[in-house]
Design a protein around this ligand. Structure first.
Ligand SMILES: [Zn+2]
Length: 686
């Protein structure tokens, strides 16, 4: 029986067993390869012989599609050793603040809850530096530190003795030889004493050997020494299970697969290049410790030291399920173990203080409906394809990049305090269809996560009123029924958003919640969304003010002044008259016909009124007008009064909450000055 299995496995391997398929945008198709997804790139082994060695790199933009599907030969265990560097530990460790940041009813974070942390009462909220004076938060230049590399044989045959090298910034600093032979799953450790240096330094530990192994990519680990040190806690039995199959990383090893995910995080940090982070994110993470235990709960407790402080910057705990606690261990599904576990970089992002941006998505509420069809005015995050909104093969957002770059040398434990990074002065600039200012527009702003206090006294700043809200510690209220801010635009279409009073707070990361348009914003994002209703010509338009726009502006350097432009479909003073009788009717499943009539003539031969053509627009969803704006469909001459639209031709945006279609037509005057958009709603299919 056993013999047969071996023979069948061999046949499978020699026939080029069923494996992954990669299709490139240039039409090239690679079959029976092995793909590792690192987000910005795919690493590809072209055949089984290459697995575990150097892989070919394909930037994601060159990839059209790929499919991971491997038969059982992938999990066949070679009778070879496999030396891996599981992690490099750094001691002494720096203090972290995980579990030591608490929040009050105004959403103010405060560092407290350990014997070593003094309580300064109200002062604690403004002088966090004084609370942590007794904590070790950084290394002194020249301070001796100890690096311990853990080497393990995760193959299935005994490993021969090997040489090893330590390098700092790629230069050898120490070398030695391990004379013993490591049996299957046996470990050895190696230490290096090093005097700390300021700056961005890397340490490398490399196993040097010519013996045949299952993989060589795990013979060396390079860690950023300034990186935040994570821990992993895992049951010894889970490690044994992961030793029974080959993971996406190419080896039979839990530690390899999950250390690779730390590497992916750093790769995606590097690639988070935005106006606010032209060189990407300089912060890094490193795997400081893997705590292998028979009792996960006990190991978790051991994370907090006598002084009440946890000496790590976050980590991940593989909790045992009730079945596993009862001794029943199953390997993860093939689907799971042969792919990247994209949820992990996202979750570890939380450990660094990053928030769920999907907390800013909002289905809307009865309080605010679209005037034409009664849809709730919804909001879907403006840039949703980012790690902290939707985990997956994508980089972190610009606001995340700003946050990590500002705090790369600070202890972790604060959460979402970048929500406090609001510019000192903020303006709405309301413009018409031609980009010109809309003067005298009424602006009413509602806020999610709060209720206006009926007994509160309104305040006023620069002619704009604001209304106090109930501060009962609840940030989960729907968008307020009553406005929190009311004002009118000036001759330049500008409205200065008042800085509503707050309970001030500073965090150790350097963020300061001062009076700002969002008021007492909390760190989860409940109040980070405001609905601006702009009204002129009896025509209300809805916009969402998403806090990320304000934060991103702050990180881009606009700390003093930020202007948010909201484009309305209103006319300019010199616009031609609008088309009349704009209608849409369905032709078939995929086509609609939009028709209109020419404007009235009220001033014979007057050139401002001369229609040189018409422009047709479309808008999908009932999101805010700035979230999913009007997009042009066609521009036609003055004698055309209908247009057939293929509904399938539309921007591939995300229309999450509704797929409703609206069409609009404007008259095009001389100089392409447009009239207001005359809207019509496409009735839903019966
Ligand atoms: Zn999350």
């Amino acid at each position: 029986m056993k013999r047969w299995t071996i023979v069948l496995t061999l046949i499978a391997i020699t026939l080029g067993a069923n494996a992954d398929t990669l299709e490139l945008t240039d039409g090239t198709v690679l079959r029976d390869c092995f793909i590792r997804d690192e987000g910005v790139r795919l690493l590809v082994w072209e055949n089984m012989q290459q697995v575990g060695g150097p892989a070919r790199e394909y930037p994601r933009s060159a990839v059209k599609s790929f499919k991971v599907e491997r038969d059982d030969s992938w999990d066949a265990r070679p009778n070879l050793p496999d030396l891996t560097v599981t992690f490099i530990e750094l001691n002494p460790k720096l203090a972290g603040l995980h579990g030591r940041v608490h929040y009050d009813q105004w959403g103010r974070p405060k560092i407290a809850g350990a014997p070593i942390l003094p309580d300064l009462g109200e002062e604690s909220y403004l002088k966090p530096e004084q609370l942590v004076r007794q904590l070790k938060l950084k290394y002194q230049p020249g301070e001796p530190v100890t690096l311990t590399a853990h080497v393990k044989n995760v193959g299935f045959a005994t490993a021969e003795p090997f040489e090893y090298v330590w390098l700092i910034d790629g230069k050898e600093v120490s070398r030695g030889r391990h004379r013993g032979r490591l049996g299957e799953m046996q470990e050895a450790t190696f230490t290096l004493r090093w005097n700390w240096q300021e700056g961005f330094h890397h340490v490398t530990f490399r196993v040097v050997t010519s013996q045949r192994e299952i993989a060589t990519i795990n013979n060396e680990v390079t860690d950023p020494l300034w990186g935040w040190g994570f821990f992993y806690i895992v049951n010894n039995k889970r490690l044994q299970v992961w030793h029974t199959f080959r993971s996406a990383y190419g080896t039979f090893c839990f530690e390899d697969y999950y250390r690779w995910h730390i590497h992916i995080m750093n790769l995606l940090f590097e690639h988070a290049i935005f106006p606010a982070s032209p060189e990407g994110i300089k912060a890094r993470v490193r795997l400081d410790r893997i705590i292998v235990t028979d009792d996960v709960d006990k190991a978790v407790q051991s994370l907090v030291a006598q002084d009440g402080i946890a000496y790590h910057q976050g980590g991940w705990i593989w909790r045992d399920s009730p079945e596993e606690k009862a001794g029943k261990w199953e390997p993860p599904t093939k689907e799971w173990r042969q792919n990247t576990e994209w949820s992990l970089p996202h979750e570890l992002g939380h450990q660094l203080g990053l928030t769920d941006w999907y907390a800013l998505d909002y289905a809307g509420h009865e309080h605010h409906k679209m005037p034409d069809n009664g849809d709730l005015v919804a909001h879907f995050m403006t840039h949703p394809v980012t790690m902290m909104h939707w985990h997956g093969p994508q980089v972190w957002s610009e606001a995340d990049a700003g946050y990590l770059n500002m705090t790369w040398d600070k202890p972790r434990g604060h959460f979402g305090d970048h929500y406090f990074a609001i510019p000192a002065e903020n303006f709405l600039r309301i413009v018409d269809v031609n980009g010109k200012p809309v003067a005298g527009a009424k602006v009413e702003i509602y806020q999610r996560g709060c209720v206006v206090d009926p007994s509160g006294q309104p305040g006023e700043e620069a002619g704009v009123k604001y209304y106090p809200v109930v501060e009962d510690g609840n940030f989960d209220y729907p968008v307020s029924k009553d406005p929190v801010i009311v004002g009118e635009t000036d001759a330049d279409g500008m409205l200065r958003l008042p800085n509503r009073p707050v309970k001030e707070v500073r965090t150790l990361n350097g963020f300061h919640r001062r009076p700002n348009p969002f008021g007492n914003i909390n760190v989860v994002g409940g109040r980070g969304l405001m609905l601006a209703k702009v009204t002129k010509y009896d025509r209300p338009c809805y916009y969402w003010l998403e806090i990320t726009d304000f934060i991103t502006a702050w990180f881009r350097g606009q700390k003093d002044r930020f202007v948010m432009t909201l484009k309305t479909p209103y006319r300019s003073v010199d616009s031609p008259l609008p088309p009349r009788n704009v209608k849409v009717e369905r032709i078939d499943e995929h086509h609609v016909k939009v028709t209109w009539e020419k404007p009235q003539t009220i001033r014979e031969t007057q050139y401002l009124d001369r229609a040189i053509g018409y422009r047709l627009y479309r808008r999908v969803s009932s999101d805010g007008l700035n979230d999913r704006p009007w997009f042009p469909v066609a521009t036609v001459g003055p004698d055309t009064f209908e247009w057939v639209v293929d509904l399938r031709q539309r921007p591939e945006d995300i229309y999450w909450f509704s797929q409703v279609n609206r069409f609009a037509v404007s008259t095009l005057g001389e100089l392409s000055v447009e009239s207001e958009l005359v809207e019509t709603l496409l009735p839903q299919k019966p």
